[in-house]
Design a protein around this ligand. Structure first.
Ligand code: AMP
Ligand code: GLY
Length: 419
């Protein structure tokens, strides 16, 4: 099969790495890709938000299968456009992608499906929103209704922060802030549950836990994610079953009932307290960096599962679980999550092992004159696997320590909640 993966992050490097291990893959192209991806697959510079351009590229290059990595092309309807052109695609339609693109839509689906989530109210007027916040008090959560590149959520611990936050949502986020969802603050421990859905069948493919804060011990500002590990023991089998039966399956049935069956990977962000999971949010793509630990654990079979999902054959698919653990440590450029320093040289990558136990997935990197340069905020995902979480963690940090990049930093405690 000739396969095209859309995206350019560590997530797409991990998806490409796993796909290349599958004998079904004859040829792999990643668009636009990055320096790490270009070392293992052909990269093509196309506008992945333009469905017509992607479809044309697919015909010119005899592509049989398209795997969409990030949410933006999905929300822009690229998967629909490719399906209209007769291509086999992994990823939800524009309508179904609203599960990530609109917080208000997701809340409405949860209500209809009776799925446990935070209590909420919707506002299009800043003054009404403020009145509501005053009656509810803090802590409270304010969300812009729309994709805001992960910046549309304010978890306000005080009333003052909340009132200021709601102003920000309405003024700064433009169209995305035209509506705000104000939510009950949920206490508990967060975990991510990853499922494949082919419109009908739901297949769980793994659990993980992200580390959103920039500093050790979960301190400092929020980021896109500073590291992850899988499995996440907080999502025990009993709690995962509850999440599947009470949240995921009812919402997927509701989507089908509304004529927008969901196809692709569903990332359920859950809050767990006293053994009960509640939905924080849905994402319509793999998490980044959670995908890196999932791919490390699944290896080549990941593509069989993704392919079965796209063809509507999940009912007959099975995950072959190894009793193992994986950890990924994000190395970011000085300044992140503010303005990261770009163009610094990363050395020592060529001394590291690259096998089924150890991989450095690239995120924001660029190759120049045989050198690897930092070219973004989150730059490297140093990923390792082991018989225990401790072993995987030790391997990942041994690789981190062998990387010579003075302008980079990472958290030293990825996996701490489970250890
Ligand atoms: P979201 O973009 O919806 O995932 O929100 C980003 C982060 O904000 C989540 O990962 C949570 O840590 C936090 N968050 C969102 N909604 C809530 C909530 N209702 N209660 C507590 N924390 C929340
Ligand atoms: N790591 C969080 C996300 O991908 O949204």
């Amino acid at each position: 099969m000739n396969i095209l993966i859309l995206g350019s992050g560590g997530r797409e490097h991990a998806l490409a790495w796993a796909t290349l291990q599958n004998p079904k893959c004859d040829k792999l192209i990643v668009a636009p890709g990055n320096a790490g991806i270009s070392a293992i697959a052909e990269c093509a510079d196309i506008d992945i938000l333009n469905g017509g351009a992607v479809a044309e590229f697919c015909f010119e290059n005899a592509i049989d299968f398209v795997l969409v990595g990030p949410e933006a092309p999905l929300a822009a309807g690229v998967a629909d456009r490719l399906r209209e052109a007769g291509l086999l695609v992994f990823g939800p339609s524009k309508d179904a992608a609203r599960l990530e693109a609109s917080k208000a839509f997701t809340k409405e689906i949860c209500d209809a499906a009776n799925a446990p989530t935070a209590a909420y109210a919707r506002f299009t007027e800043v003054e009404a929103a403020k009145d509501y916040i005053r009656t509810q008090g803090a802590p409270i959560v304010i969300k812009a209704d729309g994709l805001a590149a992960g910046k549309g959520v304010i978890v306000a611990m005080t009333l003052e922060e909340a009132l200021e936050g709601v102003e920000t949502v309405f003024s700064e986020f433009g169209d995305a802030g035209a509506e705000a969802v104000i939510e009950e603050f949920m206490e508990g421990e967060e975990a991510s549950y990853f499922l494949l859905v082919d419109g009908e069948t739901v297949l769980a493919i793994g659990t993980a836990q992200d580390h959103k804060r920039v500093g050790d011990g979960d301190t400092g500002p929020n980021t896109g994610g500073m590291g992850a590990y899988s499995p996440a023991p907080v999502l025990s089998e009993a709690i995962a079953t509850r999440a599947l039966d009470d949240i995921v399956k009812p919402t997927m049935r509701e989507m089908a009932r509304r004529g927008m069956p969901y196809q692709g990977v569903l990332y359920a962000g859950l809050m767990i307290k006293d053994g009960m999971p509640r939905l924080v949010e849905y994402n319509v793509r793999f998490g980044d960096p959670e995908c890196q630990v999932l791919m490390m654990r699944l290896g080549g079979q990941a593509f069989d599962l993704i392919h079965a999902c796209a063809e509507g054959r999940l009912a007959e698919a099975k995950v072959n679980w190894a009793d193992d653990h994986a950890v990924t440590v994000v190395m970011a450029a000085e300044g992140y999550p503010g303005t990261p320093k770009k163009g610094t040289v990363i050395r020592g990558l060529d001394t590291l092992p690259e096998d089924s136990q150890n991989m450095v997935f690239h995120a924001g990197t660029r190759a120049e004159d045989g050198k690897i340069l930092a070219n973004g905020g989150r730059v490297l995902n140093v990923t390792a696997r082991g018989a225990s979480l401790k072993e995987a963690q030790a391997r990942a940090y041994a690789m981190v320590d062998a990387i010579d990049w003075p302008e980079g930093f990472c958290r030293r405690d990825i996996g701490w909640r489970a250890l």
